[in-house]
Each structure stands twice: as structure tokens, then as C-alpha cells.
Design a protein around this ligand. Structure first.
Ligand SMILES: [Zn+2]
Length: 497
């Protein structure tokens, strides 16, 4: 297996340092809802983790939450709430988004919060001071960049180039304009922690060094993040970690994903062109978003477009339809052999996680299954291969999702599993649709066919088809209805939630 490392600038044979693959990916600063750029990065590193596990590697994964930062403090001040309250709200929102995107949180994975790791952060800063790599000044502590002779090796810049580009605005406390802050002295009204240098809070870069050291040790196999983090964030992490441990390399393979663009610009908060994950999931399924992201190489920029997502949505529905087909031969007689497809899929993934090629192989397999099915050839095994690669490695749900069973007090006695094609049924939506299904069943029992049909037709208009099956009512979620539209329908029908 070959993977491209930003440090060497080429594809290298993957050889992890020990029994388990240690992965660290920079996490979010929770001050607003996560957007498509976050979705891209975390879906990609989710697929990388899934693939390594598929190849029987043991993976240990750590991803931080920067729950104290200038951005959090500024936003909380604007809203007149405590920074910790804001951070908690958006940390929860982030993990909810990740769950909706089917991003695995495996047992043993760690998601540490910066505010809960202050002792380790102080320990690393003190160690850097003791070794002459850092110095306190005016209640803050700075990293002495000149003390790390190979600073710039990741971003392939020399200190003098960086120095020339460096803006010299600063507190005037620094020995050198390039030096960066490890510990920030507190300002009035800000949250702070006690430290040997006075009250203050950690800088962003030191958090990642401290947390990776604490949970993964001195050397990581893979460190990931967006390309916008290469400089200065990851360059600073290398300088801090290698100076603290005295061991090189801090990271064996540096992986950086391309950035999401919208109409030629980077998608970013400052440009005001963000599309949040929540917004996208109202229109498209998680499978569609994953297919869209994985259709291009992870190192390339990804241009967000409605057309691209529509196409991904259709592609996801195509796969789901193939997965739903019955085996015409019932597993007997001639069978479609999918082994060559599986091999091509693995080859693509082994080549620096070429998910675009792997997905193309999956769609070829889907076409082959359709053809075999039409010809009366058994597809059972081939379909299993498709499902296993799609689900286990690419993290597609690809299934008739069974959502939470309806509450016991409902009058529905039988209930068929839901089919989700192009929708994202949240518990809020599900509750409302369940209520409408229940009302329809009541109407049928009372032989009020007109009202029962009205409910079915109105729900179909909103994107949810109801099918009566021997197992009960089956809900086919073709599109995500809005809560407002469902509430309006419920009010029109004069039923209570
Ligand atoms: Zn980081």
C-alpha cells in the first residue's frame, strides 16, 4: 500500500511503526455549525480508517476539540453567553453531524477537549522552556522558532522566506517575529487557567502536540488535516513535538486533503459562502454526500455544486436499487463472480486511497449485477461484495434503514422497515411522519378511506411514500420533508403530535 506524504512530497510504501496504526487528525473549533469543508475532511479520514481496519490493521485514532479559542470567545461575547456554553453547543452539534454522516467513532478512539488537557499542555510547555525552545514573556510563552533548525520542512519553506513574509505586528514581547505563542496571558473578561507563568490559556498549536503525545506517544504513523493547516499549524506541531521529545520524525506520513470550493473560492466563514452539513443533509442523503466527496481524489480541491450533489444522489439511489434486487436464481446454479472487482477496488485504495477509482469499480460491479440479474444468473455473492466494500470501506449506508421502532403506545401493531433512498430522516421528522402513519391507520380502521388516502397523498407530495406490505406500513423516504411542512399538514388534519 502506498500513501502520499506531504513531508516527502511523494508516494511512499506504508509501513507503520508498530502493532497499531496511530492516527491523529486535527479537530474542530466549535463556534458555529460544521460545514461541507469539515464534511470532506472527516469523511476522507473516516474512509482511511475504515480501509485500514478492513485490511486488518489495528487503528488508534485521536481527534481533538479546540474548545477554547479567540473565535469562541468573540462569538460568545457577541451572543452574551459563556464561551464554555457556546463550545458545548457546537461540539454536540458537530458530533451529531458526524453521526448523520455515518462517521465511525470506534471503541478506543479518543476525542479530547483542550480545556480538559491543561495539565498536559503546561507540562509540554514547561519542557520546551527547560530545553531552551521556548521562553516566557509578559505572562505569555513563545516558541523560539530559530531553535528548530529544520523548521519549514513540511511546508518546504526556509525560515528566512517565512521571516520576510511575516507580519511584524505583535505584542513586541517576542524575540523574533516568527516565534509563535504557546500560552496566552489572560485578558480581562476571558476564561483562564492557572499556570507557572500566570493566568492564561493555551495556544492552538500546542494543544495538538500535547494531546497526540498523551494519547499516542512520541511518534504517530499518520497525521491528517486540511491543506490549509500545513502552514503554520502543522509546521508548528512538528517543531513543538520534535523539540520536546528529541525524537524525529514526529509523524511518519503527513496526509492533507484538498479544500472545498464554491464558485472558485475556498468555502470559508470569512468569505461568508458556507454551506453547513445540516443544510446539505436536508436536501441530500449522507450516502449522496459521501459519494460526492469520494468521487474526486482527496488531495484535489472539491467544487461544491448542486448538480454534482444531484448526480451523487442519483448514483446512491442506483446502488441502493441494485442492493435491493432479489437474487433471481436464489443462490443456485451459475453465479456472478465479483472477485476481479474486489481486487480492482483494493488496488485503487492501495494507491494512495484513490476513492474515485474505487467508486468507479463499485459502479461497474453494480452494472454487472444488474445484467446478471436480468439474465437470471445468481447475484448473491456479488451483491455481498458490493455491500461489504460500500459499507465497510466507503461508509455508505446502502440499506433499508430500520429507524427506531415506533413508540409502544402507538396503535400500529405491525411496522415494516423504512426504506431511505434520498433523505435524511431526523428523529423530529420521524416522529411527525410516524404520527401521520398512525392517523392513517386509524382512519382505515374507521373505514374513512378518503382521509386515509389524503394523508398518503400529502405525505407523498412531501417526499415520503407509504406502502402497505404484509409486514405493515413501509415508509419510503425519497426526499427529506421539512418539519414546517409536516407541522402544517398535521395542523390541517387537526391531529395532535
Ligand atoms: Zn492540530
Amino acid at each position: 500500500m502506498k500513501i502520499y506524504s506531504t513531508l516527502s512530497g511523494k508516494k511512499e510504501e506504508f509501513a507503520p511503526s508498530g502493532g497499531e496504526v496511530k492516527i491523529y487528525v486535527c479537530g474542530v473549533t466549535p463556534y458555529s455549525d460544521a460545514h461541507i469543508g469539515h464534511a470532506m475532511s472527516y469523511v476522507i479520514f473516516d474512509v482511511i480508517r475504515r480501509y485500514l481496519r478492513y485490511k486488518k490493521y489495528t487503528v488508534k485514532y485521536v481527534q481533538n476539540v479546540t474548545d477554547i479559542d479567540d473565535k469562541i470567545i468573540d462569538r460568545a461575547n457577541q451572543l452574551g453567553i459563556a464561551p464554555s456554553e457556546l463550545a458545548k453547543k457546537y461540539t454536540d452539534s458537530y458530533f451529531e453531524d458526524m453521526e448523520n454522516l455515518n462517521i465511525v467513532k470506534a471503541e478506543g478512539d479518543v476525542y479530547p477537549l483542550a480545556t480538559e488537557e491543561i495539565p498536559k499542555i503546561i507540562e509540554v510547555i514547561q519542557g520546551l522552556i527547560d530545553k531552551g525552545h521556548a521562553y516566557p514573556a509578559g505572562g505569555s510563552v513563545y516558541f523560539r522558532v530559530r531553535s528548530a533548525p529544520d523548521y519549514g520542512k513540511l511546508s518546504h519553506r526556509s525560515p528566512d522566506d517565512m521571516r520576510a513574509a511575516e507580519c511584524t505586528i505583535g505584542s513586541g514581547e517576542k524575540e523574533d517575529a516568527m516565534d509563535f505563542v504557546l500560552w496566552k496571558a489572560t485578558k480581562p473578561g476571558e476564561p483562564y487557567w492557572e499556570s507557572p507563568w500566570g493566568q492564561g490559556r493555551p495556544g492552538w498549536h500546542i494543544e495538538c502536540s500535547a494531546m497526540s503525545l498523551k494519547y499516542l506517544g512520541d511518534t504517530l504513523d499518520i497525521h491528517g488535516g486540511g491543506q490549509d493547516l500545513i502552514f503554520p499549524h502543522h509546521e508548528n506541531e512538528i517543531a513543538q513535538s520534535e523539540s520536546f521529545t528529541g525524537k524525529k520524525p514526529f509523524v511518519k506520513y503527513w496526509l492533507h486533503n484538498g479544500l472545498v470550493q464554491l464558485g472558485g473560492d475556498k468555502m470559508s466563514k470569512s468569505l461568508g459562502n458556507l454551506i453547513t452539513i445540516k443544510e446539505a443533509l436536508k436536501k441530500y442523503s449522507a450516502d449522496a454526500l459521501r459519494i460526492f466527496i469520494l468521487s474526486s481524489h482527496y488531495r484535489s480541491p472539491l467544487t461544491y455544486s448542486e448538480e454534482g450533489l444531484e448526480a451523487a444522489q442519483n448514483a446512491g439511489e442506483r446502488l441502493l436499487r441494485v442492493v435491493s434486487r432479489d437474487d433471481p436464481a436464489g443462490g443456485k446454479g451459475e453465479a456472478l463472480n465479483a472477485e476481479s472487482y474486489r481486487k480492482q477496488f483494493i488496488e485503487a485504495m492501495d494507491d494512495d486511497f484513490n476513492t474515485a477509482r474505487a467508486l468507479a469499480v463499485l459502479f461497474d460491479l453494480a452494472s454487472a449485477i444488474n445484467q446478471a440479474c436480468d439474465a437470471g444468473v445468481s447475484i448473491g455473492e456479488a451483491r455481498n461484495t458490493l455491500v461489504s466494500l460500500g459499507r465497510e470501506v466507503l461508509g455508505l449506508r446502502l440499506r433499508h434503514v430500520i429507524i427506531t421502532p415506533p413508540p409502544a403506545e402507538l396503535t400500529i401493531t405491525t411496522y415494516a422497515p423504512d426504506v431511505i433512498i434520498g433523505a435524511n430522516p431526523t428523529p423530529e421528522l420521524e416522529e411527525r411522519v410516524t404520527r401521520l402513519v398512525e392517523e392513517r391507520l386509524n382512519c382505515r380502521q374507521e373505514k374513512n378511506w378518503q382521509r386515509a388516502d389524503e394523508i398518503r397523498n400529502k405525505l407523498a407530495e412531501l417526499g415520503v411514500d407509504l406502502e402497505d406490505t404484509p409486514q405493515g406500513t413501509k415508509r419510503v423516504w425519497r426526499r427529506t420533508p421539512s418539519v414546517e411542512a409536516l407541522d402544517k399538514l398535521i395542523a390541517e388534519l387537526d391531529i395532535s403530535l
